[in-house]
Design a protein around this ligand. Structure first.
Ligand code: SAM
Length: 483
């Protein structure tokens, strides 16, 4: 693998860059696999319990062996683990149940950026502006409280679909998935406490993992990327409230896209750069921009166990608190008493959620976020808000898949446990031949994790797994990966 010499030359002199070690790690072909567990579904203990080998029963059995043998938590992450080898993720039902996400380890440092700059015990309004396929968004879902709002946005429609799928699988009700250009958020002036911009970039940080991307790299593309990054930042900046935090990251090593963006932000807006505390053992390099000495954190694969990454945080020091008012009239209506009564038995008690209706579709959203919901729906194109519950037909609910994999679904709904081969059949949307005593809507599970719905009829079983999500690959092709 030949790294572009223009890239290597441009990195000379950057703090922490060691050309020989950098080239050598790229040539080594080493692949690192890491996952992040979903604390809303996997009742894991903390890292010290893992290190002590005293893992609770909640760890998915398939992962237990890997985790135990590796005992290798990602040091800057509460829920992230390195795996000793790469399993065939697509054939693990638990990934489809949203029990974990395959995420590159350096990216999980977002946890430090958020928790060191923001009080996550308070209700927050968080925007993840460039969110597909959902790695950072699912992490944010795990870090904020259920009374906080996460808006996960993706501008490209086809990519917004995969973002929506991963978001549904993660299970939280406090998420709105939008499909909008960054400029659309300017209407939500001073609205967000935190904006995460994981910017589209020239991608050099992923060269070790995706050597085929090397051919697409050029100095010209770096220029185009940082111009686009400036546009994105300028477009969305009004949506951050005074005192709010902007978290900016790339998977590029180029200074133009990294430290120079800090200088550009300081020149253009009223912001302060926020330093983070890092453990020297992590191998992360703190850098400062040339002009304003803004803090940045660089991940070189020859120094950290992860891919190339850059992150920096800023606090907005101008503007006002929230100035947007929720609309007087909305496209959304609250569910009627009758609809609520039909839905109640399907839901776990004790969740403070409100049921909403848009046309025929019912969905659940946290009660305390009503104002936020109405405001976002009024201003930005929303693909999905909260947890889809389903539609009412007569006096019955036709449940939505999202309900089955959400944290709201009632535990006591009749369920059938599938063996691994049956679970794969279900996820392929093949015909199922399991025995189910109960007739009607039934949850299917693998281990204790819900996979979706079936409907048991007198002479057959209908498989309601979403058509677009089904497993298409055969066992021989196990290259599936979540970026
Ligand atoms: N945050 C994601 C994650 O952790 O899974 C990865 C995001 S990826 C680095 C950047 C995203 O920005 C892509 O999904 C891309 O489609 C989107 N994007 C591309 N052009 C954009 C633009 N002009 N404005 C906003 N987002 C853009």
């Amino acid at each position: 693998m030949q790294l572009p010499h223009q890239l290597l030359d441009s990195l000379t002199g950057i703090a922490g860059f060691n050309k020989e070690a950098f080239v050598q790690i790229h040539e080594s072909g080493e692949q690192i696999t890491s996952i992040r567990l979903n604390p809303a579904k996997v009742p894991i203990g903390n890292r010290s319990r893992l290190e002590a080998g005293a893992i609770g029963n909640g760890i998915p059995p398939q992962l237990q062996e890997n985790l135990l043998s590796a005992a290798s938590p990602i040091p800057w992450s509460t829920y992230g683990y390195y795996l000793p080898q790469r399993p065939a993720f697509i054939f693990d039902p638990l990934i489809h149940a949203g029990a974990y996400y395959v995420q590159e380890a350096s990216s999980m440092f977002l946890e430090q950026a958020l928790t060191q700059t923001t009080d996550t015990s308070q209700p927050l309004r968080v925007l993840d502006l460039c969110a597909a396929p959902g790695g950072k968004s699912t992490l944010l879902q795990s870090l904020i409280g259920p009374e906080s709002l996460l808006v996960s946005n993706e501008v490209i429609k086809s990519r917004a679909a995969i973002l929506e799928e991963n978001s549904i699988k993660w299970g939280g009700a406090n998420v709105i998935v939008t499909n909008a250009d960054p400029a659309a958020f300017a209407k939500l002036e001073n609205f967000f406490d935190v904006i995460v911009i994981d910017a589209p970039c020239s991608g050099s940080g992923l060269f070790r993992r995706e050597p085929e991307a090397i051919g697409e790299w050029s100095e010209h593309n770096v220029q185009l990327c940082y111009q686009r990054q400036q546009r994105i930042l300028a477009d969305v900046f009004p949506a951050l409230k005074e005192g709010g935090v902007l978290i900016y990251s790339t998977c590029s090593y180029s200074k133009e896209e990294d430290e120079n963006m800090g200088d550009w932000l300081m020149d253009t807006f009223s912001v302060n750069s926020l330093p983070l505390t890092i453990d020297t053992a992590w191998g992360i390099v703190e850098t400062q921009s040339d002009k304003h000495k803004t803090f940045g954190y660089r991940f070189f694969p020859n120094k950290v166990k992860g891919e190339g990454f850059f992150i920096s945080c800023f606090r907005k020091t101008e503007g006002e608190g929230n100035t947007v008012r929720p609309p007087k009239r909305s496209l959304l209506q609250k569910a009627s008493k009758n609809e609520q009564a039909i839905i109640q038995p399907w839901l776990q008690q004790g969740n403070s959620i409100q049921l909403w209706k848009q046309k025929e579709d019912l969905f659940a959203f946290p009660q305390q976020l009503e104002k936020e919901l109405l405001t976002v729906v009024d201003n930005v194109y929303v693909r999905r808000a909260g947890t889809a519950i389903g539609k009412i037909a007569g006096n019955d609910l036709v449940p939505d898949h999202a309900l089955a994999v959400s944290t709201l679904v009632n535990d006591s709904i009749v369920a059938v446990s599938l063996k691994k081969e049956e679970a794969i059949q279900y996820l392929r949307k093949d015909e199922l031949s399991v025995t189910a005593a109960h007739k009607g809507w039934t949850l299917v599970r693998f281990e204790q994790y819900n996979l979706g719905w079936i409907k048991v009829l007198p002479n057959r079983i209908n498989n309601y797994y979403p058509q677009g999500w089904r497993i298409l690959k055969r066992i021989s092709d196990n290259t599936y990966e979540q970026p």
